[in-house]
Design a protein around this ligand. Structure first.
Ligand code: BGC
Length: 749
């Protein structure tokens, strides 16, 4: 495994570093707000406070808040500045004279991740992967999870969480899909927005990322993502726009890659034109670690803060080079003021100035319940023939095979890696160094199953000996095969399970058709054995309480209520790019990725447009009960489309439905036949009915109108379809929409 060269030399040292992640430097006192420092008055709005503070700043102080340092020791070349929390992602000094706190930055989306330090001091609660949380289709859970990890960040001394990954799954092999919110702009925007709201409810900054089109890891530092403006605005940018409007993240991280020629962090179109002008974004843009490539160009394009500029960029661009550019008139003083002002604004808006972060004890028992609830609802039951699941309490002999299910559950690698409480369940697998180590959380599905099924004889085989596993399977009533695929930052993964796991599943299913496959993967995988097995469960990377959560679903203690946020392809040739672009062995070779192939038809939209039959469709997921959808009504009132319907539990047990609404223009004209326009998650007792009403965001009914520089809804007839997945929409209603123009900026539906 090739690691990024800039991170490589650091790792051995970082792992061996003696300092833990906690340090007392973060425990600043809330500064008092004497009349001489009016910007400290929390009754004033963030913009006024930022203006007032900026006026009081010296030039050096302005330059201080726009330059970040790496937060971990890095070989002989880089030393962590003393004030940074050891093993952290980054540090930006504050201005004590003015009561402006330092910024202590930590990754990321599943919890407080660390880049080094003593393992036991790095241990925190991990949520299931972003993909798993999105699979809950339950924004309340995403928000609760965000609130929990934000609380751990605050209690660990961090006031900036680098969380809020909302890159769409354009490439199912992308190694970081597990960090993101799936393939649909509305679903991703709602789920990631909810997480950011939760994080920021702790009066800290959350950083939506990676803006934009960081859709594969191969060649991520150089690749040029090519796409037309209308397509970009209708897909990846729309996901950012929805999430930003929903949650007001106090920071945005620009991506490594280029977009239509320019690096994302020096891309005038992305930063100045779209984010700041069109969307009216008022806080600051920080670069990804090593993504600043210039001073004047990046600054004039809209980059406000250079991250880890001491360690990862070829020069500390926002230090000396910035001063030179200013002296030469290549950048203006007004722009430097704007940069500092935006950082201040983000800090004031977050509340962190009056509520300084403070190291405090963490209630891990309470947090375990939060991550477990999230993981339980994220598990997707893909196939369940003959009611194999839930496991009957009468099942006598159960075989559990493979995937280290005896000791733990897998997690995703790279900067977002959270170290597990209780230590790593498996040692010595995968790369030892970044983006490794490969980490299994010590939450054992096997132990959890044994506790829930005390009457059963449950035997475990590690699956290394295929014949022995098949023998055990043949002698069992039911077989659970656990299959894993490790994904991580800096590399992409094939859709094929590694280490002969397909052959293992095949052998076991040949010995016993009552085989359930439990997948722990970052995203979609191919399933050549699918017809042979009785049931398939996608558990993703289920987090700190993953073993318990998986056992809850397998035994039916909770309903299976996850739904796919991503299409599972049946074959590589169904993808817009059957062969992944770029060559991992030549990381410096510039190449382009042609996203004009699918344009805005990402994921299920591409499959619908092309008429491909996926292995499992976007939105799919079975329940242990059954639901009926009735009384679908679609009404266009005053330009707003509202949809209402009844959901009824027609089965015998309580369960959770995820009704999904898709809209199509009868005249066509969209990037694909249909778009997800709304969803809900409802819990129902057997026989119970509930009415659901949704108002559709008008941008989901519109196309980008370049001439008007806004959105435009075409007058005409539309079909509103309701159902259980993008390919299962039995209920249909017609509605006629009037022509409507919508602004480019925030919209209240
Ligand atoms: C990742 C970011 C992360 C940063 C800081 C980069 O390699 O792309 O997502 O926040 O490192 O660790």
């Amino acid at each position: 495994m090739n690691r990024q060269s800039w991170r490589g030399p650091a790792l051995a040292l970082m792992l061996g570093a003696s300092a833990g992640v906690l340090a007392s430097t973060a425990c600043a006192q809330a500064p008092a707000a004497p009349a001489a420092r009016p910007w400290l008055d929390p009754k004033l709005d963030a913009d006024t406070r930022a203006d007032l503070a900026l006026k009081a700043m010296t030039q050096d102080e302005k330059l201080t808040v726009i330059f970040g340092f790496f937060g971990a020791d890095m070989g002989a070349k880089y030393k962590r500045v003393a004030e940074a929390l050891p093993g952290s992602a980054g540090y930006v000094p504050g201005v004590a004279r003015l009561g402006i706190p330092a910024q202590f930055q930590t990754d990321a989306g599943v919890g407080v991740a660390t880049q080094g330090g003593e393992p036991n001091k790095r241990e925190r609660t991990a949520l299931p992967s972003g993909m798993a949380t999105t699979a809950t289709w339950n924004p309340k859970l995403a928000q609760a999870g965000g609130a929990m990890i934000g609380a751990e960040a605050r209690a660990s001394g961090f006031n900036v969480m680098l969380a809020g990954g909302v890159n769409l799954v354009r490439e199912p092999r992308n190694g970081r899909n597990f960090e993101y919110g799936g393939e649909d702009p509305w679903l991703a925007g709602q789920m990631v927005g909810a997480q950011i709201k939760g994080i920021q409810s702790n009066a800290i900054v959350s950083t939506i990322k990676h803006y934009a089109l960081n859709a594969q890891e191969t060649g991520r530092f150089v690749l040029d993502a090519r796409i037309g403006e209308a397509d970009l605005r209708t897909s990846d940018l729309l996901a950012f726009q929805f999430a930003i409007e929903d949650s007001d993240p106090h920071s945005v991280m620009c991506a490594y890659n280029r977009v239509n020629g320019d690096y994302a962090c020096e891309n005038d179109f992305l930063l100045n034109k779209v984010l700041k002008q069109d969307w009216g974004y008022k806080s600051y843009v920080m670069s990804d670690w090593g993504a600043t490539h210039s001073g004047a160009k990046a600054i004039n394009a809209g980059l406000d803060q250079e991250s880890a500029g001491d360690a990862f960029d070829t020069q500390p661009f926002f230090k000396g080079p910035l001063k030179e550019a200013l002296a030469k008139g290549e950048i203006s003083q007004a722009r430097v003021d704007d940069m500092a002002r935006r950082v201040l604004r983000g800090l004031f808006a977050s509340g962190v100035v009056e509520k300084p972060v403070k190291i405090a004890p963490i209630d891990y028992a309470a947090h375990a319940k939060v991550t477990r609830a999230d993981a339980e609802e994220g598990v997707v039951l893909l196939k369940n023939d003959k009611g194999l699941l839930p496991l009957l309490s009468t099942a006598r002999k159960i075989a559990v095979i493979g995937g280290h299910a005896d000791v733990g559950v897998l997690s995703g690698g790279g900067s977002s890696q959270v170290y597990p409480i209780g230590g790593r369940a498996v040692q010595g697998e995968g790369p030892a160094s970044w983006p490794g180590p490969m980490i299994y959380f010590p939450s054992s599905p096997l132990k959890a199953l044994k506790a829930r099924l005390p009457g059963a004889d449950i035997q475990y085989a590690d699956g290394k000996d295929r014949a022995a596993a098949a023998k055990l399977a043949a002698a069992s009533d039911v077989v659970l095969v656990f299959a894993t695929q490790w994904n991580g930052e800096a590399f992409d993964s094939p859709l094929t399970l590694e280490n002969d796991q397909d052959a293992l599943i095949d052998a076991v299913a040949s010995a016993n058709a009552r085989t359930v496959v439990v997948l722990e993967t970052g995203g979609p995988v191919l399933m050549p054995w699918l017809p042979k097995v009785g049931a398939v469960v996608e558990a993703w990377y289920p987090g700190s309480e993953g073993g318990e959560a998986v056992a809850s679903v397998l035994t039916g203690a909770v309903d299976a209520s996850g739904r796919l946020p991503v299409t599972f392809p049946a074959a590589l040739d169904q993808l817009p790019r059957p062969v992944l672009d770029g060559d991992p062995k030549k990381p410096d070779d510039l190449f382009a990725v042609d996203y004009t192939i699918e344009g805005a038809a990402v994921g299920y939209k591409w499959f619908d447009k092309k008429g491909h039959q996926p292995l499992f469709a976007f939105g799919h997921g079975l329940s242990y009960t059954t639901f009926a959808y009735d009384n679908l009504k679609a009404e266009a009132k005053g330009g707003a489309l509202t949809v209402s319907f009844d959901v009824r539990n027609t089965g015998k047990r309580t369960g959770k439905a995820v009704p999904q609404v898709y809209v199509s223009p009868k005249a066509g004209g969209w990037e694909a036949p249909q778009r997800l326009a709304g969803f809900s998650k409802v819990e129902l007792a057997p026989g119970a009915t509930t009415k659901v009403s949704l108002t559709v965001d008008p941008r989901l009914l519109a196309t980008w109108d370049a001439k008007a520089h806004g959105w435009s809804v075409a007058a005409g007839a539309y079909t509103v379809a309701l159902g259980a997945s993008s390919r299962d929409t039995a209920a249909k209603a017609d509605v006629t929409l009037a022509a409507r123009s919508l602004p480019v900026g925030p919209i209240k539906p």
